[in-house]
Design a protein around this ligand. Structure first.
Ligand SMILES: CC(C)(COP(=O)(O)OP(=O)(O)OC[C@H]1O[C@@H](n2cnc3c(N)ncnc32)[C@H](O)[C@@H]1OP(=O)(O)O)[C@@H](O)C(=O)NCCC(=O)NCCS
Length: 331
């Protein structure tokens, strides 16, 4: 058997820059309550959400990922031509092919970058980060652009009082580069397809002929809530221990922005000290699925609540059911 040559392994990777794009249109709880039988008080008390963004017709997914990516690249100090892989995490790119990632690569003028989409719902960004880290450490890529982006409003039944107030639109991106130290810790991830039915869509896209209804998302909210506050809270503990950290070592906690009560419950479970900065971007942005973690990172850094070099735990979880998370050094 002929021995093949492999590329030399690298020590680690780190996030060099993050960026995000939020659609212009703000949908307040007041406006939401013209569509569903609910109240501002109920939505705030049950989820923490005050308002969310819904994209307009002139804000297609490609435009949103492109804006988020340009911002992340600009802050990373990496020249666009040096990006050799692009991964887009989304569940709302409404065509099977071509994937969004090669379109984004072309939009950015990237020459011959590897490009593909992944479908891991609200865990999508953390899945993409795990892949970027592995690609870099094995030498399969050098500088990887990862994006989480959704136009969930396209798949939301605006009259469904169990989902309409939660889901929102946005895009967040990060540039991941080689590093002599570990800026992206080991991923803890997994899935439970036996619970696939708890967040799903009403119908197959094959049924969505022009005169038929678009499929919309449906969810067993209580089942998701239970899973997130038990199993996912344990997974967050495991992420810390696999990175060799204790709760005292953590400076920032950025869970998927699904519901403030889920975040509160995870905080109690993890027993995080008071000094830890906790992402609460759901208040103004809603649940943007794959975009929620990178948007939260960008918002915390832009507002000065979190600082470059701090140690942050990120974790995404959602439809599948799937989850993934890691400890990162903030760019
Ligand atoms: C969706 C969610 C906010 C609903 O909250 P909940 O407390 O589970 O609500 P329930 O469906 O049990 O309903 C409780 C009560 O509120 C009412 N209610 C439900 N939706 C309502 C709404 N939009 N406005 C006002 N009242 C509502 C119900 O009728 C019920 O009333 P009752 O007690 O008189 O029967 C919550 O389950 C949740 O956030 N789950 C996690 C979902 C999630 O994060 N998904 C994304 C994962 S990535």
């Amino acid at each position: 058997m002929t021995a093949l040559t492999q590329r030399p392994l690298r020590t680690g990777s780190r996030i060099a820059g993050v960026g995000s794009y939020l659609p212009r249109r703000v949908v307040t709880n007041e406006e939401m309550c013209t569509m569903i039988d609910s109240t501002d008080e109920w939505i705030q008390q049950r989820t923490g959400i005050v308002e969310r963004r819904w994209a307009s017709d002139d804000e297609p997914l490609l435009m949103m990922v492109s804006e988020a990516a340009k911002s992340a690249i600009g802050k990373s100090g990496v020249a666009p031509a040096e990006i050799d892989a692009v991964i887009v995490a989304t569940v709302t790119h409404l065509v099977q092919t071509p994937a969004l990632a090669p379109l984004l690569a072309a939009e950015l003028g990237l020459q011959d970058a590897a490009a593909y989409d992944i479908s891991a719902a609200c865990a999508g960004f953390c899945y993409a980060l795990a892949q970027a880290d592995a690609l870099i450490r094995t030498g399969s890529a050098t500088n990887v652009l990862i994006v989480g982006a959704e136009r969930l409003s396209d798949l939301t039944d605006k009259t469904d009082r169990s989902t309409a107030f939660l889901f929102a639109d946005g895009a967040g991106a990060a540039v991941v580069v080689p590093s002599d130290t570990t800026g992206v810790g080991p991923v803890v991830w997994g899935s439970d397809g036996t619970q696939g039915h708890v967040i799903t869509q009403t119908q197959d896209f094959r049924d969505a002929v022009p005169d038929a209804q678009m499929p919309t998302l449906q969810m067993e909210g209580r089942a998701v809530f239970r899973w997130a506050t038990t199993f996912i809270a344990d997974a967050a503990k495991k992420i810390l221990s696999e990175s060799g950290l204790t709760p005292e070592d953590l400076e920032v906690f950025i869970p998927h922005q699904a519901n403030n009560r889920i975040t509160d419950s995870m905080l109690r479970h993890l027993k995080l000290p008071d000094h830890v900065v906790v992402a609460r971007t759901i208040r103004r942005i809603g649940n943007t699925s794959a975009a929620s973690v990178p948007i939260a990172i960008d918002e915390l850094l832009s507002s000065g609540e979190a600082k470059s070099g701090q140690t942050a735990l990120i974790i995404g979880f959602g439809a599948g059911l799937v989850y993934a998370g890691q400890v990162i050094t903030l760019p």
